[in-house]
Ligand binder design. Structure first.
Ligand SMILES: N[C@@H](CCC(=O)N[C@@H](CS)C(=O)NCC(=O)O)C(=O)O
Length: 215
């Protein structure tokens, strides 16, 4: 049995959507960030940085405890190798999937940290708004790259939907308060609309209790 530790709308929502899409059995474990449950000794034993999500696979001493959203998603795919969501190992689609997941986590997600937690990225608190503004400009540039990659195709990998699209949906949500929200881009906005129509995505949003508009 898989257990996913989540907080509504957090990075946990991409693996959550993926689990729903795959139709596999799993249990959701709510981590109450408002009570700082992600910084308790019990949670820090699962995730040394006290961040969300964590995935637990199995039970007892042999159980796998995994953090890092991309690693969690890839492990879920590896457990479902015959799914249409899992491009074959060594295929060009699988390579593109690695590329976009890496880009989204190591470039966009990390820039979001500077945008949302700008005070952590300067020793001069008077300059934190400038850090957030610079981060927003960088995010716009990154979303332009994804927008261009979507030109003439429905999904990031082409005709086939993948976890990359779910990841982009999550990242788009986080930018809904930006001066130029990702959903305002033509191709990205169309992808978001398409994804939000999917029953599994709707179920995930409902289970997490995320209020509209999602992105
Ligand atoms: N690199 C981690 C980042 C996870 C992350 O930053 N999660 C956020 C929620 S979206 C969090 O737990 N923030 C709490 C904090 O920074 O204290 C991953 O990809 O899983």
């Amino acid at each position: 049995m898989l257990q996913l530790y989540y907080y509504p709308g957090n990075a946990s929502i991409t693996p959550h959507m993926l689990l729903e899409e795959l139709g596999v059995s799993y249990e959701l474990k709510f981590v109450d960030r408002t009570k700082k449950e992600h910084k308790t000794p019990e949670y820090l034993a699962l995730h040394p940085s006290g961040l969300i999500p964590v995935l637990i696979d199995g039970e007892g001493a042999d159980r796998l405890v995994l953090h890092e959203t991309v690693a969690v998603c890839l492990h879920i795919l590896d457990r479902n190798p015959d799914s249409e969501w899992t491009p074959a190992l060594g295929s060009p689609e699988r390579a593109q999937l690695y590329k976009w997941l890496c880009y989204m986590t190591n470039t966009i997600q990390s820039t979001y940290l500077m945008y949302f937690y700008s005070h952590r990225y300067t020793t001069d608190q008077a300059g934190k708004d400038a850090v957030a503004a610079a981060a927003e400009a960088r995010l716009n540039g990154s979303f332009d790259i994804l927008e261009a990659a979507l030109e003439g195709k429905p999904y990031l990998l082409g005709e086939q939907i993948s976890v990359c699209d779910l990841y982009l949906l999550m990242l788009s949500r986080w930018g809904r308060g930006m001066t130029r929200p990702p959903r305002s881009l033509t191709n990205t906005g169309a992808l978001i609309e398409r994804l939000l129509e999917r029953p599994a995505v709707k179920r995930t949003i409902e289970q997490e209790g995320v209020a509209p508009p999602f992105a």
